[in-house]
Design a protein around this ligand. Structure first.
Ligand code: UDP
Ligand code: MG
Length: 320
């Protein structure tokens, strides 16, 4: 495929008016030094400050600056989704607008994609300049879990600074709050040459962080969803049906056992416990009911996935 530019730099931003002029100047400096052809795609995620006005002013001075402005705040994933759709460069770089990520890292990341043959180079904020207690510690735990579940060996999955081959961003769909797991989305789409590069990280100079502690709770739930989707998304019955039948059979077997035991003892004139006096009987009934419901859930899942537009969506690398 032919790309019109070497680089697309996609920046999602929400109320970052103070940072923007400095950020653009910094990027321009690096681009000039390296002689890249490039575009900066500023995605304004419904800012309520002067961000969009500033972007328009900046683009008048530098036509490489493009802008997309949402009518309201949809979140970083939505912004990246549109930025990716618009990107025309051979390599697509994402970075935050708050001057925490350094554009000086771009050339090396660019080379790792073009010469090194990687699909994704993810930034690794080896030395973080964020609040230790609320960010660094939970982040370590979160990244450890993410590594275990996704099987991708990254220290900093959610780093805003990343470089992708253009093909990657055109073949994945970032939605909800899945911007935290783009490497996982890419891996599930068949892009497995993923690596990381330690990057410099600065303190936030202006404004404040837009994400609170709930990022870790939501992030964890999203991780479980993605794991489930990648394993059973196209065959939900294999998960629900299996566990459902197992529980149903276990419950059914126990019920028959309890009733038979009572009847035999009664028939032989021995002392027996009435069925309804046995706690296990109720547990067995619950197992039958839950098992049956799991099975039905599997059926519903199959009906949903049968109607999905994605049901026959496969990523083809080449064809002739
Ligand atoms: N951001 C966005 N939409 C939002 C929240 C944040 O586009 O709803 C942008 C924000 O402007 C910044 C980037 O996402 O450019 C990362 O946000 P932030 O710096 O607040 O996150 P942190 O560095 O604390 O992880
Ligand atoms: Mg930040």
């Amino acid at each position: 495929m032919d790309y019109t530019k070497d680089l697309s730099i996609v920046i999602s931003l929400y109320n970052e008016e103070e940072s923007l002029p400095e950020l653009v100047q910094w990027i321009e400096g690096v681009m000039k030094k390296e002689g890249y052809t490039y575009e900066i795609i500023m995605v304004n995620d419904g800012s309520t400050d002067a961000s969009w006005k500033i972007i328009k002013e900046l683009s008048r001075k530098n036509p490489c600056i493009r802008g997309i402005s949402f009518r309201r705040n949809y979140g970083k994933s939505a912004a990246l989704y549109h930025g990716f759709a618009a990107a025309e460069g051979r390599v697509v770089v994402t970075m935050d607008a708050d001057l925490q990520d350094s554009p000086e890292e771009i050339p090396e990341m660019y080379r790792m994609i073009t010469d090194g043959g990687y699909d994704i180079v993810s930034g690794w904020k080896k030395k973080r300049h964020d609040n230790k207690l609320t960010k660094n510690l939970p982040s370590k735990l979160y990244n450890w879990t993410a590594r275990k579940i996704t099987g991708i060996k990254l220290h900093d999955m959610n780093c805003g600074l990343k470089a992708y081959h253009n093909e990657v961003v055109k073949n994945i769909e970032v939605y909800g709050e899945m911007h935290r797991y783009i490497p996982y989305l890419a891996k599930n789409a068949g892009f497995d040459k993923i690596t990381e590069k330690p990057v410099h990280h600065q303190k936030r100079k202006y404004g404040k962080s837009k994400f609170g502690l709930n990022r870790f709770v939501n992030g964890f739930l999203d991780l479980i969803s993605l794991w489930f989707l990648s394993r059973f998304g196209k065959k939900p019955m294999h998960f629900f049906g299996f566990t459902g039948i197992l529980m149903f059979l276990l419950g059914g077997f126990l019920t028959i056992w309890i009733i038979a035991e009572k009847l035999i003892q009664q028939g032989n004139g021995l002392a027996y416990r009435p069925v309804t006096d046995q706690p296990l009987f109720y547990l067995a009934l619950v197992a039958i009911i839950i098992g049956f419901q799991m099975f039905l859930t599997g059926f519903l899942g199959e009906l949903v996935s049968r109607n999905s537009q994605e049901r026959n969506h496969y990523n083809i690398r080449e064809e002739f």
